[in-house]
Write a protein that binds this ligand. Structure first.
Ligand code: GLN
Length: 193
């Protein structure tokens, strides 16, 4: 049985647990989905989701609990990782200030690129490889300012990247845990061998 961990220091953990369980059921995959936070739980997971929330807070907690090493090892082992919104910020290599980020992907993000909370929006998004548009929900969303190396941008809004993939990592500016469409979760589950 595969173990999918939802990183649970802060953010939309419950929503990811519910939507990922639904996606696992729909694919018939033999996998468990649990909230994970300790070094042991992280190391024992086969795939990991970094939820949206507040990247400043999550980054501080990662450092406070000394979890950055285990997360970087996880990525180095090429295990599937999905980062949504704040999760995208944390996995990036560059952000506008010198805040702590994990530096796991060849991309630069801009936080809150589409404005503040009240400028949150929904958009029917065209995603490379997806049949038909995807109902994407953006809440204080970051955008991809630039990407290089092996990072491929899969969707854009107003010319700005909002979804990307690099090896077994996918990142999204939007919130797949808030919609009933589970195609993004299924795309992620496909990365598990
Ligand atoms: N703007 C937030 C941050 O930088 C992310 C918002 C979200 O995850 N919904 O952490």
């Amino acid at each position: 049985m595969k173990k999918i961990g939802i990183f649970s220091l802060q953010g939309s953990v419950t929503e990811h647990l519910v939507s990922m369980k639904k996606a696992v059921e729909s694919t018939g995959l033999n996998a468990s989905v649990d909230a994970v936070a300790s070094r042991k739980q992280l190391a024992e997971s086969d795939a990991l989701v970094f939820p949206g929330g507040e990247s400043t807070t999550i980054g501080r907690l990662i450092r406070m609990y000394g979890l950055d090493g285990v997360i970087k090892n996880f990525v180095a082992e090429n295990k599937p990782v999905m980062g949504t919104c704040a999760g995208m910020v944390l996995l990036a290599s560059k952000v506008e200030d010198n805040r702590f980020i994990l530096g796991c992907m060849d991309l630069e993000v801009e936080r809150n690129a589409f404005g503040r909370q009240r400028e949150s929006f929904e958009k029917d998004l065209s995603i490379k490889g997806f049949k038909g548009n995807y109902p994407a929900v953006f809440i204080r969303a970051p955008a991809i300012k630039s990407s290089w190396g092996r990072c491929e941008v899969l969707a854009k809004v107003d010319g700005l990247g909002v979804m990307a993939k690099q090896d077994n990592i996918i990142v999204l500016s939007f919130h797949p845990e808030l919609v009933s469409d589970t195609r993004v979760q299924c795309f992620f589950l496909d990365l598990l061998d």
